[in-house]
Write a protein of this length. Structure first.
Lengths: 115, 147
């Protein structure tokens, strides 16, 4: 795990930055304004959102919003776990969290590629 | 002063092997007092990063699966539990990002590559400005106000 630490830190820092920039707007519009009826229904239609997501920049945004923040989240949660006395189980919890991040990143890359 | 070696080394472990150390313990007043609360909340916001990434993955999967899957996902998002989570996640992510950007200058060295480190005000304007511009632009695009 120590050998992977620099790579994990790089993904962690990039994840915080990219997640902080991209996720609030996505959550606001698709998770709150859309379901509550504030955002126009035609703006959230399948054709329009599919068109946005399949645009090359849209694909990059989707991939960035999936593959990077998940590493930031996993690394943060690992350290919260350690702070609350979980050092002895870090050997299990850390790899599980990073495995979730790895699987989500790979699944995100495949999903965006196949979109 | 005598040069005689002491017959008993008080610091010597009773048995060979790694030296035992005390188990780590949290500092006093952890986690509810002082700066610890903000620190713990900041770390806990990792759950919003992780879950929201998986949420975007679900959105992309639904888009790939076709219009019926997309409409089904949008219908699921109307569930009050989803809405409550998204409100909490939005508040948490905005607070997390603004705190991250306020901490960011403290992590920077005196020199960044060959260039001297910019003043803190530069980081504050650049990072918070980028957050405001990107969030507003992306929200406007998704909302249909632009494009």
């Amino acid at each position: 795990m120590l050998k992977l630490e620099p790579i994990i830190w790089l993904l962690f820092g990039a994840g915080m930055m990219v997640g902080g920039l991209l996720l609030p707007a996505i959550v606001l519009v698709l998770g709150i304004a859309g379901p509550l009826g504030f955002a126009p229904a035609e703006a959230l239609s399948y054709e329009r959102i599919h068109g946005l997501a399949t645009n090359p920049i849209g694909r990059l945004v989707c991939l960035g919003a999936i593959a990077l923040p998940v590493w930031g989240g996993a690394h943060h949660l690992r350290h919260v776990w350690i702070d609350f006395g979980g050092l002895k189980t870090d050997g299990l919890v850390g790899p599980v969290l990073y495995a979730v991040a790895l699987v989500t990143s790979v699944a995100g890359a495949v999903a965006v590629f196949q979109l | 002063m005598s040069n005689a070696r002491p017959r008993l080394d008080a610091m010597r472990p009773s048995q060979p092997g790694p030296t035992r150390t005390a188990d780590p313990r949290p500092p006093d007043k952890f986690p509810g007092r002082g700066n610890y609360l903000g620190y713990v909340l900041f770390g806990s916001c990792g759950v919003f990063l992780l879950l929201s990434s998986i949420l975007v993955l679900r959105i992309v999967w639904a888009l790939a699966a076709g219009e019926a899957a997309w409409n089904d996902l949008m219908a699921q998002f109307q569930n009050p539990i989803y809405v409550a989570y998204h409100v909490l996640a939005f508040v948490g992510l905005v607070w997390f990002t603004l705190r991250f950007f306020s901490l960011f200058p403290k992590t920077q060295p005196a020199k960044i590559g060959p260039a001297p480190r910019p003043p803190d005000a530069f980081f504050a304007v650049a990072l918070n400005g980028a957050f405001a511009v990107v969030t507003a632009a992306l929200a406007a695009i998704l909302w249909g106000a632009v494009l």
